[in-house]
Design a protein around this ligand. Structure first.
Ligand code: HEC
Length: 181
């Protein structure tokens, strides 16, 4: 093969290569749409994350009447250790940081003679509201949520079974304990 023939072949090969590259570029220009930044759909992650705990928090708790059926006053007596820093539980005992709690079931809220209750407690007292199993249970769960501005510096007890034990113990602090619900 002479050089002229070689050049023809080489030229043809080059031409084909250029053509292929050229069509490639043109095709890309025609078919490529806007660049997709992230593949797939963006999930509303924020919403999903907040929705889950909300439904958990709404989980209905067994009513105190049911929990009292399996509650134990002895366990409750041990459970009030944290309360004893501020409360006396014996009959005729004086107030500490908080009012004495003997006979608190069915007692009018904020009614221990001589104790200077917070404004929130005085409000409930003025309405003549009494402590019953449900209100005691709710108050111990979260004192500040139950009586706004209460002076009781106790964060609350989330464990419903432990609260029922404490309420069962408070019930026994009486000459004639109130009937169980
Ligand atoms: C840091 C001190 C403190 C602790 C701990 C504490 N309390 Fe109190 N408690 C108080 C004070 C102070 C009051 C009066 C609140 C007011 O006037 O707002 C009170 C009020 C009460 C009352 C209302 C009594 C009434 O005369 O109306 C009950 C019931 C009660 N506490 C139960 C408990 C129980 C049960 C615990 C333990 C689980 C507990 N407290 C832990 C300080 C405390």
């Amino acid at each position: 093969m002479d050089s002229f023939e070689f050049n023809k072949i080489a030229g043809a090969v080059l031409g084909v290569l250029l053509l292929v590259m050229g069509t490639g570029l043109v095709a890309e220009g025609i078919f490529s749409g806007p660049k997709v930044k992230v593949e797939g759909y963006e999930l509303p992650a924020g919403q999903a994350a907040t929705a889950a705990p909300a439904t958990e928090a709404k989980a209905v708790e067994t009513p105190i009447a049911e929990r009292l059926k399996v509650a134990d006053a002895k366990r409750g007596e041990a459970g009030v250790k944290a309360c004893q820093a501020c409360h006396n539980f014996e009959k005729g005992a004086a107030a500490k940081v908080g009012p004495a709690l003997y006979g608190v079931v069915n007692r009018t809220m904020g009614s221990m003679a001589g104790f200077n209750y917070s404004a929130g407690f005085k409000e409930h007292n003025a309405k003549g509201e009494k402590w019953d199993y449900a209100s005691l249970d709710a108050f111990i769960t979260n004192p500040k949520a139950y009586i706004a501005g209460t002076a009781m510096g106790y964060a609350g007890l989330a464990d419903g079974a432990k609260r029922a034990d404490i309420v069962a113990y408070l019930r026994t602090l009486s000459e004639s304990p109130a009937p169980l619900p």
